[in-house]
Ligand binder design. Sequence first.
Ligand code: CP3
Length: 341
Amino acid sequence: MLTNNLLLRAAKGEYVERIPVWMMRQAGRILPEYRAVRSSVNGFKELVKHPELICEVTLQPVDILGVDAAIIFSDILVIPEAMGLNYEMVESKGPLFPKTIQQSSDVTQLTTDVVPNLQYVFDALKLTKDALNGRVPLIGFAGAPWTIFAYMIEGKGSKTFSQAKKMLYTDPQLSHLLLDKITTSTIAYLKEQVSCGVDIVQIFDSWAGVLSKAQYVEFALPYMQRITEAISEVPVILFAKDAHYILKEFGQTNCAVIGLDWTIEPQKAREEVSRKTLQGNLDPCVLYADKQTIKTETERMLQAFGSQNYICNLGHGVYPDVDFEKAKYFIEVVQNYSISK
Ligand code: CP3
């Protein structure tokens, strides 16, 4: 039983007496307590494979910031690795895949039997679920098939992901084969997360914005649909950054919640999707401003979304150089907001 189940009630469209709030990328990044744990290990990957430390850093934002949900500390890139494509996390640069997917034999070699390779995540989830002791819901997550595909082809971050998009145009058949394998792996991964006690899952399509609508409809949407249909045990949040061209279609999937970035107006999003809970969408840069500005901007957003069928969040992950006191203030503003306003 959960003491605070506001997020789950909002996700299911049930009445809430207060708006739930959490922040994408709340675990890690801004907390000094995270940095202390991070510097006690030899690199990001050591941390990501250490269940006790994962549990510790997952709980930090719940204890320190008072958010209404915990999101398991991990990374979307554990899936390519579990499929057989290793990555490195280069200090202050980001992910790098020494080998990338280029041809059909590379795809054939990948396994979809990923669950045995992700035991460290499942161990961490069980530990964290126990340690939370029902205080707040635990959010599981995975990368969306397109975003994972983009890293597996490109091999690193990119502004354009032009190599990954090139594959869509030059070899659509191979692209679908890889997307299909990623989706199969992701569904198995998410189902196991559910068995370990996660209360809700979010699918991060961080690079949706580099695709045209036609490409999204062909290469991304069907796989998002497959995931939402397969994960029926818990609510699913779909977050496709910079892709409000696809909100109507997301509205027709089985997802419970649609995450929004800050480039769409709340009212416009409500017009596009009338029957789902929406999540978002404060510009993370607002947290660089003074407290009064944070309060004004946040309350304006809350007013625009309305208090029901809504989960408060930023429009993308919190930026690493944001003062955690400002992030904490943002959470307080939401939690002190009277819904009768
Ligand atoms: O939300 C949370 O707090 C849970 C933890 C989490 C991490 N990564 C930890 C992390 C989550 C949900 C992710 C998801 C993720 N990872 C996404 C999707 C969300 C988004 O921001 O769009 C993406 C695209 C990645 C890939 C990735 N991992 C990149 C590009 C980087 C490097 C730069 C950075 O910090 O984002 C990472 C590394 C990473 N993942 C760090 C953390 C805390 C920083 C590494 C460190 O501490 O050294």
